[in-house]
Each structure stands twice: as structure tokens, then as C-alpha cells.
Design a protein around this ligand. Structure first.
Ligand code: SAM
Ligand code: SF4
Length: 400
């Protein structure tokens, strides 16, 4: 697939993309979440150019996602790429991910780690193993360690807090947690221990689809968790899956609008990949181009955000990293989990991360980035606080 050959201004979906803008601020979140998660967002206003979307409406995101193959789609990717360059630069943040437990109390219909998948052999890493793996990763050059697991109450908040403190003692590194839904006081405990960031995807912004895919766990609770995390001072990441059975383009548009309403610092957008031992085994995988379009629009909507290349995308396309990095992405999360556990963390089959070398392939990534004219970031890669965010000079080559 060609990515882009420089942006030719294109009108998409038959209508102009620029119109008046009503800026919404973070304080509008409660109202907007209700609107967005029920699909009733009003005010069809969006302004998008290569300096980013400044107002958001679902009805105006849809034409972007409907960009035709060829010039329109390539123009969208090019615009997202220039927005990325203007707001967050050419450096790519590399975060080492440790999948420390595949036990999960949840039954998400799409995930191989779901509680009712009795075919999966379960494992838990000990705190010492997690610390040793983190130290190794930090020595290899990682400046962020991501700890991910199923929802596994075996590790109390104080257990996680001790692990976070241990990792922070190794050096000036950031710790990101991706351990699912917990109570506010538990989030507060791990935040006090020094955890910097938290990833919790909303998965889908459609309340009914969310209910069908997450037995006994409403979208409302997930959004409350995200708001708790934000109010505790975490850099918060959310995100969604593209190609979930029952999803349509308007839901993807609402997913992006919800990211904007939540004002997230990070957003993971990856394709659905069917797992044979889940109820969704027979459904097709999500579409790679639609995933890239969603990523590109998310970049326009959240120009300052850190947007990772998802492993799911790299699993469906060997060149997934390059494609996503050229469509708005600026983060790679190599797997640094010890080899003996990797195959057991089977969210979906044949994950690209199984091929990552033990150190995650940080040197190979540097070579790939250099070939793309990009570089490995030397910073921890925190999102700048709102008041410190520079606004690049306006680019006259607008996207319309
Ligand atoms: N348990 C934590 C949670 O759900 O937030 C973290 C681990 S969970 C395995 C990480 C992510 O995997 C989820 O947010 C979900 O989007 C993704 N995922 C799970 N099953 C998937 C599938 N079949 N295809 C694509 N992504 C999937
Ligand atoms: Fe558990 Fe996360 Fe998988 Fe859901 S997505 S089953 S919470 S590991």
C-alpha cells in the first residue's frame, strides 16, 4: 500500500470539511460523554487542517473515515503525518512492555485471555521476575516500562505499588500500567507509588455494543475509571478496536470523538483479530486501512497525543509499524516479556510480538526509524501539560 506522496488538498465525502468551530473544553466532558456514548452529539462542526482538528463532531468525522482509496486516503495520511511532525516531532518513543500475568476475571468476547477460555495455560510473574525484567529493559535503553496483565486481583494495589517503586529506583524512567478496572483508591495507591501513566481502552463507544462484548461490565464504569485516573494525575490512554463485529463507521467516528471528549494523552487503535477459543472466533479480522484512517483522524483530533503503533496492526501487516508511523503514530511498544511466557499471553493468535527479540529489538527499531527519517526519542516521552503545549505555525496547505 502506498502511504502518501505529499498532500494534495482533497474534498472528501462530497462536502467541505472546514466550517465554523465550537471549541469544547475538558470541562464539558460529562455532558459530551453522555452525548457521544449514545451517539447523540449535536453541533455538526469540525475544522480540520494539518494543524489538527479543533472542534469535533461525529457527522464530520465520518467523511474522513470514508476517504476513497487513492488520493483521498493518501491525503488524509499525509495530513496526519504532517500534524504529527508539527506537534510531537520526528522522535518515536519506545516503551518496553512486560505482560506479567494472563489471569483475567473478565470475559471480553474478543479476547483470548477471557476467564472462560479454559484451554489457556495461565501464568503469573513474581514481583522479583517483573523487577529483573524491567531492569534488563532499562539497561537496554527503555525509558518507559509498561506493565500489562489481565484483570488479576492476585496482585493487590500495594503489590503493584511496590513493583512500581522498585522500577523507579532503577533510574529516571516512567512506568505505565495497563491492568484493567480497579477502584479509585487502588488507582490512588499506585499513583502515589510513582506510576506515571495508565492505559485503559474504552474498546467501543457504543453502549449497546459494549454491553454485548463485555458481559456484566458497562461502558459507564470504564469511563468512570478513566475519569478517576485523569483526576488522580495519570497521563491517561484510551483507545478502541477497529472491526469489532457489530461496529459500523459511525461507531468508529464516535470512538474518536470520545477520545477527544476524554482529552486523553494516549490512544491505542488496533484492528480486531479473531481468537479461535472465543465466541467471536468466526468473525473476520478488522480492516488495516480503516485502522490507519482511524489513527490518522485521531492524530488530527488529538495533535499532542502519544499514539502507539498497535501490535495487532503489526500482526496483520508485516509493515504495520511503518504504515502506522506514517499515518500519525509516534510510539512503539516492543515486547520485553521473558520468552517462556510470551506464547501464553495469547490475546489473539500469532501476535507479531512473539517475533520481537528478547530485548524487544530496540536496535533494529532504531535502524528502521533512521531509514524513515525518524529517530528514537531520548526522553521519557511524557505528554506535555496543556499549558506548555506549543502551537506550531499554521500550515496554509490545509486539508479541505
Ligand atoms: N486487561 C487489560 C485491559 O483489558 O485493559 C489489559 C490487557 S488487554 C489484553 C489489552 C488490550 O488487548 C485490550 O484493551 C483490547 O483492546 C486488546 N484486545 C484483546 N483482544 C483482542 C483481539 N482479539 N483483537 C484485538 N485486540 C484485542
Ligand atoms: Fe481480560 Fe483485558 Fe482480555 Fe478483557 S481485554 S478479557 S479485561 S485481558
Amino acid at each position: 500500500m502506498k502511504i502518501h506522496e505529499g498532500p494534495s488538498p482533497v474534498r472528501m465525502g462530497g462536502g467541505p470539511l472546514r466550517s465554523n468551530t465550537r471549541n469544547r473544553e475538558a470541562g464539558d466532558i460529562d455532558l459530551e460523554l453522555t452525548e457521544l456514548s449514545t451517539g447523540r452529539a449535536e453541533s455538526p462542526l469540525i475544522e480540520t487542517d494539518c494543524n489538527g482538528v479543533t472542534g469535533l463532531d461525529v457527522a464530520c468525522i465520518i467523511p474522513l473515515l470514508q476517504a476513497c482509496p487513492g488520493d483521498e486516503t493518501e491525503s488524509l495520511f499525509a495530513c496526519a503525518d504532517r500534524t504529527r511532525k508539527g506537534f510531537v516531532g520526528d522522535s518515536v518513543h519506545i516503551r518496553g512492555i512486560i505482560e506479567f500475568s494472563n489471569y483475567c476475571v473478565r470475559n471480553c468476547m474478543y479476547c483470548g485471555l477471557r476467564r472462560d477460555n479454559h484451554k489457556l495455560r495461565r501464568y503469573r510473574m513474581t514481583p522479583d521476575e517483573i523487577l529483573a525484567t524491567s531492569e534488563k529493559g532499562i539497561k537496554s535503553g527503555y525509558r518507559t516500562i509498561v506493565l500489562q496483565s489481565g484483570e488479576d486481583a492476585y496482585y493487590s494495589a500495594s503489590d503493584i505499588a511496590r513493583i512500581v517503586e522498585g522500577i523507579k529506583a532503577f533510574g529516571d524512567v516512567a512506568v505505565t500500567l495497563s491492568i484493567g478496572e480497579r477502584g479509585r483508591s487502588e488507582y490512588a495507591t499506585v499513583r502515589s507509588a510513582g506510576a506515571d501513566r495508565f492505559l485503559l481502552k474504552h474498546e467501543t463507544a457504543d453502549t449497546e455494543l459494549y454491553r454485548r462484548l463485555h458481559p456484566g461490565a458497562p461502558l459507564e464504569t470504564r469511563i468512570e475509571c478513566l475519569q478517576d485516573l485523569k483526576s488522580l494525575g495519570f497521563q491517561v490512554g484510551s483507545g478502541f478496536i477497529v472491526g469489532l463485529p457489530g461496529q459500523d463507521i459511525s461507531i468508529i467516528a464516535r470512538d474518536i470523538a470520545l477520545l477527544k471528549a476524554l482529552d486523553v494523552e494516549m490512544a491505542g487503535i488496533g484492528p480486531f483479530i479473531p481468537h479461535p477459543d472465543t465466541p467471536l472466533a468466526s468473525y473476520p479480522a478488522g480492516d488495516v486501512v480503516m485502522t490507519l484512517k482511524a489513527l490518522a483522524v485521531a492524530r488530527l483530533a488529538l495533535p499532542h497525543a502519544n499514539l502507539p503503533v498497535t501490535t495487532a496492526l503489526s500482526t496483520l501487516r508485516q509493515d504495520g509499524r511503518e504504515l502506522a508511523l506514517s499515518s500519525g503514530g509516534n510510539v512503539i511498544m516492543p515486547n520485553i516479556t521473558p520468552a517462556k511466557y510470551r506464547e501464553l499471553y495469547e490475546i489473539y493468535p500469532d501476535s507479531a510480538s512473539l517475533k520481537d527479540p528478547e530485548d524487544g529489538g530496540i536496535r533494529e527499531i532504531a535502524v528502521m526509524l533512521e531509514a524513515m527519517g525518524r529517530e528514537v526519542s531520548t526522553t521519557k516521552g511524557d505528554t506535555l501539560p496543556r499549558e506548555k503545549r506549543p502551537i506550531p505555525a499554521r500550515d496554509e496547505d490545509s486539508f479541505q
